[in-house]
Design a protein around this ligand. Structure first.
Ligand SMILES: C[S@@+](CC[C@H](N)C(=O)[O-])C[C@H]1O[C@@H](n2cnc3c(N)ncnc32)[C@H](O)[C@@H]1O
Length: 312
């Protein structure tokens, strides 16, 4: 039998467990979960699993069936770490958690994102979120009235996002339905989407939140990012620069790159950001496509670099 020791070291058999399985939190969801597993080409982990993957397991020494699982239960789809006592499930929820709080607080709390997107002068731009992930920026931008093309290349992550959006539309009022209707989720590599856009489809703003390692975030976000990083693995070093160059070629007005607060700016085709909008944990670096009155120039990273263009 595959076993993990109390110290967390694993046996050889344990190393052969699949990285990701699909499972159901209740027999009622089994057939839907099985169908999704087959659509995604992932193994389906069957069995009585009312409390997740361990309800029928006698001891915490029993090894998990996989590194990670996509779990369907009465709250929708979640990404879970099936180890005993692992941190909770990661889901897209527009009513609870950090995102729910930010949406309830209203868009007044999103001054930094609004400024980065340049909403003062262009209040309802078409935004292409090239790295939608769990959709935080896409949802907040849509809540501020933007139309959003949300690109997510991982089918598993896109499943979580689509599920969160669909549940929100089903459970929420007209405002939430309108917000969700403004998001066009595409399960695709943004580099290809950007390359194939017709001139008429070019977005005003391209938003990029690359998966750089060592992001310093609040605890809840950290857990999400850790699970996402385990699911997706490291990005190849040349991926972000190619994506950023494609973003700069396609955007009509600006490219916004989200960076950890104290990380250096990404040189984008030799350019420094034209402005930076800094927060406690993250910073938005903005590269203007047609620079306005703000003189382009190097912007030092960090909280002092809260730049603002006349158009913001
Ligand atoms: C740091 S996460 C984004 C987090 C997101 N801003 C949020 O609010 O949840 C990066 C995500 O971008 C996706 N991604 C990275 N490169 C991509 C590409 N070229 N096209 C589409 N998605 C991409 C990854 O699969 C991952 O889900």
């Amino acid at each position: 039998m595959t076993r993990a020791t109390a110290s967390g070291a694993t046996t050889r058999a344990d190393d052969r467990r699949p990285p990701l399985v699909v499972t159901a939190g209740h027999p009622d969801f089994r057939e839907r979960a099985r169908a999704e597993a087959s659509r995604l080409g992932l193994p389906f982990a069957d069995g009585p699993c009312a409390d997740g993957l361990f309800a029928d397991r006698p001891s915490e020494d029993d090894a998990p069936v996989a590194d990670l699982a996509l779990l369907l239960d009465e709250r929708g789809w979640a990404l879970v770490d099936p180890r005993p006592r692992a941190p909770g499930a990661v889901r897209v929820d527009l009513f609870e958690g950090d995102l729910g709080e930010r949406l309830r607080a209203g868009t007044r709390g999103e001054v930094r994102l609004a400024r980065a997107l340049g909403l003062r002068r262009h209040p309802t731009p078409l935004v292409l979120d090239a790295t939608a992930g769990l959709g935080r920026e896409s949802v907040l931008a849509a809540a501020m009235g933007c139309h959003v093309i949300a690109c997510e290349r991982s089918p598993a992550v896109a499943l979580l996002l689509r599920d969160g959006l669909e549940r929100a539309a089903a459970l929420g009022g007209p405002d939430v339905r309108d917000l969700v209707a403004r998001i066009d989720l595409r399960v695709a590599d943004a580099r290809e989407v950007l390359r194939d856009l017709s001139a008429a489809e070019r977005p005003d703003v391209v938003l990029v939140d690359p998966m750089f390692p060592h992001r310093k975030k609040a605890a809840a976000q950290k857990k999400e990012m850790q699970l996402l990083q385990r699911l997706l693995g490291p990005e190849a070093p040349d991926e972000a620069p190619v994506l950023l160059a494609a973003a700069l070629a396609a955007a009509r007005r600006r490219v916004v790159v989200k960076r950890p607060a104290h990380a250096p700016a990404v040189p984008l085709e030799g350019r420094s950001p034209d402005l930076a909008v800094a927060g406690r944990a993250a910073r938005y670096d903005v590269y203007l496509v047609a620079p306005g009155p703000v003189a382009p120039g190097p912007v030092a990273p960090g909280p002092a670099a809260d730049g603002r263009a006349a158009g913001d």
